[in-house]
Design a protein around this ligand. Structure first.
Ligand code: T6T
Length: 329
């Protein structure tokens, strides 16, 4: 765009902002509507994130729309995004199900004057508002540090197998920012454990049954399999079921990610060595607050990192730990 035209437009935008007319912007007195689109609706992680967003909406007295697909699937999530854009909320918080395929669909929201906040997963490289690349338009990224989560899992798994043996990552599918980063962190950390061989990753499409079948197939091929990192809720619980059904609980060690209520039994019976609980309610709460702050004219951080709680058999009865179990409804 020619520089003068751009400046003129910026001037017009500033004048409109003064008059409270910029699309997607609201004065503090207005009541903005903020939408949350999860990765999928039937996942305790997003159910819990939704609760955090609801708490934030209540705290500031603004509105929340929540709509998502039943499965982790780009072609199911994209039409939901379009339907939300048509409702013209001030902002959309979204966990995009693919870091590349959602750049264009989300740009439509941005072009319509709707602020975009990535929660949990990101588009592009997850670094926003830098003025470079085609995917830096979201105003903020609110999430766990997923590379660190993968490293924590690797350290714990290495310890539990006595620093030697064969392991693999049970993962969702390539292109999902969070689970890609967890695998990356896991493999980086395993470089510090030369006695451990990391076998080929098994991708399960977020299907716990597939993860269960895969671990049984791997145990068949690799009888001395020592451990598995289940990189998200369905990967971890599916792997646990597969190992349990094969009567190998505690023999094939599992480091899980995420914390549905079912992990309590899996920790207690020794199927899980540990699981890394994210704090999805925090992600929902702060994602909402970031969007609200932006819409009411306040500057916001371009990234907010939320925490983890590592759950084990030894600490799961502590209420300060168990309060981070995910909600199922
Ligand atoms: O692990 C979470 C989330 O962080 C990830 O992006 C997708 O899977 C979960 O929703 C758990 O199922």
């Amino acid at each position: 765009m020619e520089r003068r035209t751009a400046l003129k437009l910026m001037g017009a935008t500033a004048a409109m902002a003064g008059a409270g007319l910029v699309p997607g912007r609201a004065s503090a007195a207005d009541k903005p509507t903020i939408a949350l689109i999860p990765g999928l609706t039937s996942d305790g992680f997003y159910i819990t994130m939704h609760k955090g967003a609801e708490a934030a909406a209540k705290a500031v007295g603004a509105d929340l729309i929540y709509q998502g697909a039943a499965e982790w699937n780009v072609s199911l999530q994209a039409p939901i995004l379009d339907a939300i854009i048509a409702k013209k909320p001030g902002a959309i918080m979204i966990a995009p199900t693919d870091k590349t395929q959602f750049i264009k669909p989300l740009r439509k929201a941005f072009d319509a004057g709707i602020a975009v906040v990535c929660v949990d997963t990101f588009i592009g490289n997850g670094v926003f508002q830098t003025g470079s690349g085609d995917a830096d338009f979201p105003i903020s990224y609110v999430a766990s540090d997923n590379v660190l989560g993968g490293r924590i899992a690797a350290r714990a798994l290495a310890k539990s197998i006595g620093d030697k043996g064969k392991v693999y990552v049970s993962n969702v599918k390539p292109g999902v920012s969070t689970t890609d980063q967890r695998e990356e962190g896991f493999k980086l950390e395993m470089k510090n454990h030369p006695g451990i061989e990391v076998l080929e990753t098994q991708f399960n499409d977020d299907d716990a049954n597939k993860a269960a079948a895969q671990v049984q197939a791997v145990m068949g091929r690799v009888p001395d399999l020592a451990g598995v990192f289940g990189a998200n809720l369905f990967s971890a619980t599916g792997t646990a079921n597969g190992v349990k059904q094969a009567g190998k609980s505690g023999v094939v060690k599992i480091a899980g990610f995420d914390a549905p209520e079912s992990v309590v039994a899996l920790l207690k019976d020794g199927t899980f060595e540990l699981t890394i609980a994210q704090h999805p309610a925090e992600i929902g709460y702060f994602g909402y607050i970031v969007a609200y702050a932006h819409l009411t004219g306040n500057p916001v951080p371009t990234a907010i990192g939320t925490g983890f709680t590592v759950m084990t058999k030894g600490n799961i009865d502590d209420p300060n730990v168990s309060r981070f179990l995910y909600k199922s409804s």
